[in-house]
Design a protein around this ligand. Structure first.
Ligand code: KG4
Ligand code: ZN
Length: 326
């Protein structure tokens, strides 16, 4: 089966083609225009998607040496995300589905992030624990099989990616904050400032990052001659330590020998290195960077799984900016 995947949940326009579980081609365009605003401006983001989607799908088809009539189905991100940007992708996908008379399936973006791990490692087997860390979510999942997920816990306030983004803004660094903080942290000492580790000692799967962000703000505002690299390194270390302590707790309590990391924050090198060190007996999968951040390969892949199982979505489906998983 050949599936076209489309992803427009935020500021990445992405399209990909999968065939029998393999990605033939995957294109991602990150909108640069938001950098000057220090965050994504939803209305601008929707218009940017509308401008390039058609050409991007054309290029993806060309790259995969397929023609539009070869497509058997379309998978498109239905939520969560920004209402307007989700609508850009969904309206485009619905038009194609109607025009070509082929099935369409609305995909949960979080679920697609989890399944990106199967593209990285085709040997991945259920069940596994997933630490899902993106710009809008920080969650721990027990993934039993396709469509069967148990939420172990999540953040009470900010997501880990949000903590990186807001932290970078406080430090006067660019957007998105994760890569910026990581780059600065490389030149700093992660033990120089002892930032709080909210909820870390509590034996549950809940996270909280808003207090950490406030601690950073107070630290930066209090006095002069602060070394940005030291602050970035210490702040990054605090986020990473909290994430890993909860993941480790889940892996131990659930007696699970496999865990996967999903979402944009999974690109973080310190997170990758420490997890490998602290979970030496656990099979850990990190998707390659292009599969951590938003992409359509994960959407096409998951869409193909569902379409193959005979599932599709009625054409009048809505977008769900707060779409939940399970
Ligand atoms: O999954 P994603 O691309 O979009 C959402 O679904 O939210 O995640 C974006 C988030 C942003 O908050 C960004 O700062 C963070 O992932 N991120 C990183 C890194 N690369 C992206 N955080 C830490 N280290 C990175 N290298
Ligand atoms: Zn995402």
């Amino acid at each position: 089966m050949i599936v076209l995947g489309i992803e427009t949940s935020c500021d990445e326009t992405a399209s990909a083609i999968s065939e029998d579980g393999k990605i033939l081609s995957s294109f991602i365009s990150t909108q640069k225009i938001h950098k000057k605003y220090g965050g994504v401006v939803p209305e601008i983001a929707s218009r940017e998607h509308d401008k390039i989607l058609n050409q991007m799908v054309f290029d993806t088809l060309n790259d995969s040496k397929k023609s539009i009539s070869d497509i058997d189905g379309i998978a498109v991100t239905q939520g969560p995300g920004l209402t307007g940007t989700l609508l850009s992708g969904v309206c485009f996908a619905k038009g194609l589905s109607l025009g070509l008379n082929i099935p369409i399936i609305g995909i949960n973006h979080l679920e697609a992030h989890i399944f990106a791990n199967f593209l990285s490692d085709p040997n991945l087997k259920f069940p596994f624990i997933c630490l899902l860390v993106s710009g809008g979510h920080t969650q721990l999942w027990h993934v039993e099989s396709l469509g069967k997920y148990k939420l172990l816990g999540e953040t009470r306030d900010d997501a880990a990616g949000e903590a990186f983004d807001k932290g970078a803004r406080i430090l006067g660094l660019g957007y998105p904050g994760g890569p910026e903080i990581e780059r600065n942290a490389k030149m700093g000492d992660q033990d120089s400032i002892k930032f709080p580790r909210p909820l870390m000692k509590q034996k549950n799967y809940e996270f909280s990052f808003s207090g950490l962000k406030t601690a950073l703000l107070y630290y930066v505002n209090d006095g002069e001659n602060k070394n940005t690299s030291d602050i970035a390194a210490s702040y990054q270390y605090a986020i990473v330590e909290v994430l890993i302590s909860k993941l480790k707790l889940a892996v131990e309590n659930m007696n699970c020998d496999t865990c996967v990391i999903a979402g944009g924050v999974a690109a973080n090198e310190l997170l990758r290195n420490i997890i490998r060190k602290l979970l030496p007996n656990t099979y850990v999968i990190f998707p390659e960077i292009s599969l951590c951040t938003d992409n359509a390969a994960m959407v096409a892949y998951l869409g193909e799984l569902y379409l193959n199982n005979g599932k599709k979505t009625a054409i009048d489906f809505k977008v769900y900016p707060n779409m939940k998983l399970a």
